[in-house]
Design a binder for this molecule. Structure first.
Ligand SMILES: C[S@@+](CC[C@H](N)C(=O)[O-])C[C@H]1O[C@@H](n2cnc3c(N)ncnc32)[C@H](O)[C@@H]1O
Length: 252
């Protein structure tokens, strides 16, 4: 998947310095997901944070469960280098190739804000479930279709393409889990963030490594039309909504 014309890995690499400071929603979600993992009875086996980036989720887990020492898996070296984890726990690995050998018989596979970047999220999710040890857990947080409605509305009104990142269908992810195991937690969350302008939102995406337009670039004229049609609330703020799915499931 590309990010505003840049290769996704390059875009995330360029944003590495600003990512940790800007990724407040990701941090809040990681803390919440780690909290759900606090009391899980885990079998023997490795724990992995998939698409770990700078270790947001692994760090939140370590603070809430200091007994666990997760592997951090990501294919973006500059982001992974920021993770406060021992070098031997960081794995530079492309998750579109499946999971690394270290994941076999995993006690806990967790991932936050990463699965939607993979070329086939549903197929990879099935593969992840197959790598769990008996009694092992999957803990997943992922943005899903239904996000960015203001952006889509603006594109429709302006008659231009919506270049927001295509997100997986939340129910398709749940069904993929349910085909193997019954989720013990399935939560839909919606977060709405206010920005002073659409440009401020697009700038923040760039600072997160997503670039203004995740699946292509608009010409300047089309971009101006898009910005003019972007809906605002009564206080003139640009509202952007994230639709998130939290899933927790244990392999029998
Ligand atoms: C939005 S960041 C989330 C990082 C972290 N999990 C968090 O919650 O802050 C998405 C991460 O997924 C990683 N990623 C995306 N596609 C990947 C792939 N094919 N293989 C490995 N990592 C990937 C990116 O490099 C990036 O670090």
């Amino acid at each position: 998947m590309t990010s505003g014309g840049l290769d996704r890995r390059t875009a995330f690499g360029r944003a590495a310095a600003t990512y940790a400071a800007r990724a407040r929603l990701q941090q809040a979600l990681a803390w919440r997901l780690a909290h759900h993992c606090r009391g899980l009875a885990l079998p023997a086996g490795p724990v992995l944070d998939l698409g770990a980036g700078p270790g947001t989720l692994a760090g939140a887990l370590r603070r809430q469960r200091p007994d666990l020492d997760p592997w951090l898996v990501d294919d973006c070296a500059p982001l992974l280098a920021l993770a406060p984890a021992p070098a031997e726990r960081r794995l530079l690995w492309d998750l579109d190739r499946g999971l690394p050998p270290q994941a076999q018989g995993a006690a806990l596979l967790m991932s936050s804000f990463a699965l939607h970047w993979l070329a086939d999220p549903v197929a990879q999710l099935r593969h992840w479930l197959g790598c769990l040890a008996p009694g092992g857990w999957l803990a997943l947080a992922v943005p899903v279709a239904g996000s960015f409605d203001g952006w889509r509305q603006a594109a429709r009104r302006a008659g231009v393409a919506c270049t927001a990142l295509a997100l997986p269908d939340g129910d398709a992810l749940r069904n993929a889990v349910e085909a193997t195991v019954r989720p013990s937690l399935d939560r839909r969350l919606r977060f709405t963030v206010g920005y002073p302008s659409p440009l401020a939102f697009l700038r923040e995406l760039r600072q997160l490594g997503v670039q203004g337009q995740a699946s292509g670039r608009l010409q300047a004229g089309a971009m101006r039309r898009l910005l003019r049609h972007w809906p605002a609330d009564a206080r003139g703020r640009t509202l952007l909504s994230w639709e998130l799915r939290l899933l927790l499931a244990q392999r029998p």
